[in-house]
Design a protein around this ligand. Sequence first.
Ligand SMILES: *Cc1c(COP(=O)(O)O)cnc(C)c1O
Length: 378
Amino acid sequence: MTNERILLSTPHMTGNEQKYINEAFESNWIAPLGPNVDAFEQEIADYVGVKAAAATSSGTAAIHLALRLLGVGPGDTVFCSSLTFVASANPILYQGADPIFIDSELKSWNMCPQALAEAFQWAETNKCLPKAIIVVNLYGQSADMDPIIELCERYNVPIIEDAAESLGAEYKGKKSGSLGHFGVFSFNGNKIISTSGGGMLVSNDEQAIEKARFLSTQARDPAPHYQHSQLGYNYRMSNVLAGIGRAQLEAIDTRVKQRREKFHTYESELNDLPGIEFMPEAEFGLHNRWLTTMLLTEDAPIDRDELIHALANEDIESRPVWKPMHLQPSYEKYYFIKIWEDSLSKKLFRKGICLPSSSSLSAKEQKFINDTILIQMK
Ligand SMILES: *Cc1c(COP(=O)(O)O)cnc(C)c1O
């Protein structure tokens, strides 16, 4: 029907990007830093409802900066959601610290507060209380932050909210990414808004954000010559890309609406079929439905891989749900805390599939996807 492959999540330009890019070109601000970077930072901070933001070259860089700012180093432990993309966890290893992975809960698929409570008790007994915790807001839905915050306050551990996938989502009326000590966003090509590549570190701690800017520009001391007394990074966003981000951010609420509409179309067509269960939207928040994700349960006539294969035969891209970190070869030696006999994140990975969810997906394309799935589910 279409001659082009239908992809999982593609960039969706507004048309205004060129205006900001031109401004950068006309003023010759083709550099990291510049007026678009300053403005984009302020606009994100305002949108999310935090005091300050630092634009970075990627979401991964922003997570790394957050860990560094919290003083995470060799010998420290960091708690992290297991069900996530590897970029949530890698910066823990960059800092020479040890991750301890936490299982998911059913209602949001995110970090399970009960498992977190067990992890804290276990870590207290074993004298390895974490220096920080990374809570991931999966596929555009916030974790259940209240019980998580309560536990972290009890143990005095700061929270990094990995909101790379959840810009525009909400938790009890607050914007996702604004609830931890630090929040992290990504503007990679597949995210809900994109600068082709980029990220943002946000916080109400303005001094920490100022320090993030310093560290991400090679930690150059104020001196006429090049003087460095701390280890820095080249992690800043370019002024050209920040221009793209400004135009993209103008459309964020529309993009959330569009992604949610794609989800509702899938749900209304497929939810009644035996063997299909969509990722729930927990009562505490607004899901941005970055990716529509569903489980193929025992009642389904085919399994996850068969469906992915059948869709690929029609040139439709789909993907398994993230493979949990505790099952990854590079992370399997680290501790994993769960409360169920069989871990929930493993089950979600085995049965879960992400469907094409671009905000630009046409009704015709989505009907074609639904029809392809319906044939397989007979
Ligand atoms: C995309 C993503 C990141 C990393 O963002 P980049 O900008 O690609 O470095 C981190 N965490 C999660 C959960 C992500 O989906």
